[in-house]
Write a protein that binds this ligand. Sequence first.
Ligand SMILES: C[S@@+](CC[C@H](N)C(=O)[O-])C[C@H]1O[C@@H](n2cnc3c(N)ncnc32)[C@H](O)[C@@H]1O
Length: 362
Amino acid sequence: MFFNNLAQLLQDFFFTKIRSAALAPVAAATTAGAASIEKSFRNVGIRREGVQWCRFRGQKGKSRMKQSIVRLIPSKLRPPMRRLYQCLEYDIGQRIGPMRILYQHLEYDIGMRMGRRDALNPPKWLHPIGSSGFKNFKEVGEEFFQYFVNIGGLQPYQRVLDVGSGTGRMALPLIKYLKDGSYEGIDIVAPSIEWCQNTYTPRYPNFHFHFSDIYNKMYNPTGKYKASEYSFPFGTSSFDFVFLTSVFTHMLPQDLDNYLSEVVRVLKRDGRCLITYFLLNPESLELIEAKLSSFTFRYDLTGCRVENADVPEAVVAYDDSTIRSLYQKYDLKVLEPIYFGKWCGRKKGLSFQDMIVATKPH
Ligand SMILES: C[S@@+](CC[C@H](N)C(=O)[O-])C[C@H]1O[C@@H](n2cnc3c(N)ncnc32)[C@H](O)[C@@H]1O
């Protein structure tokens, strides 16, 4: 009890007094840099209640340095100190300490000021997407751009919707292509959308980004609204092409069902959608059984299988028959074949995830 109160006291003290005192000289020293540092700390404050402790591969365990520091702290003081440290972590799924946040902001701001950084390279403190680095980020965007055009039939004059647009990985290759068309992105992570709005829209006025405060235990654990009841903020039949890359792989059955119905609603007749999944079928199940897969999907939930029982949205897989039935339910015609991916250890596959291209019949 005493230590809990102490931890609360320390947290409150830090967020009110020390934080502003510590940031005051920084704020005086730089302008834009300091503003964004202060903003990140504010975000820490907002997010500390909703933080999820889902760890990703490669983040297990503590570094040696951290272990040595922890050993220096009396064991009774460790829980409140741990809580104090954790409350500084910035984003879901990431364990980032204050020094790293500061470093990332400085690296970003200095890189931008010196013109050394590509303006469309998202800052590291936003939720990381893809394996690593801007090179990989661009390569994956480029890879999907080829699918949009060559498999999805995307044309430069079309109106495009990117559901779960993240930090612009798919928007990036489209800026050079959608010259006479337009792009709308929606996502549930406010800082990512804010960054995209500030970065893309002033340079590319036909690119727009929208934040929706939808709950997702992994991406937006404090979200107000349910994905299963959400209506996309666009009119019926308003898009030629809708895509979701690596989004239904983080959504649960009722939510996915509603989103697919929304995809159909906003698509024009003859419009197309391209969506990625982890699909379970005899082949992928056999490869999982043989331990060749990147995921085990060992937890069976109603209507799907997941990798992490505590944070089911971390990775979600569906039977391909379930997804086919949903397409039938919403009168979406699958443009065969389904492009199965390599995620499960399949030797040949178009991409990493499975991909379905479908059309809303005339
Ligand atoms: C793995 S990231 C992929 C981002 C982007 N599609 C890409 O390929 O770079 C998953 C994205 O889905 C978004 N997301 C999760 N649930 C969502 C929902 N219900 N509605 C919209 N976006 C969602 C997350 O915020 C995150 O940006």
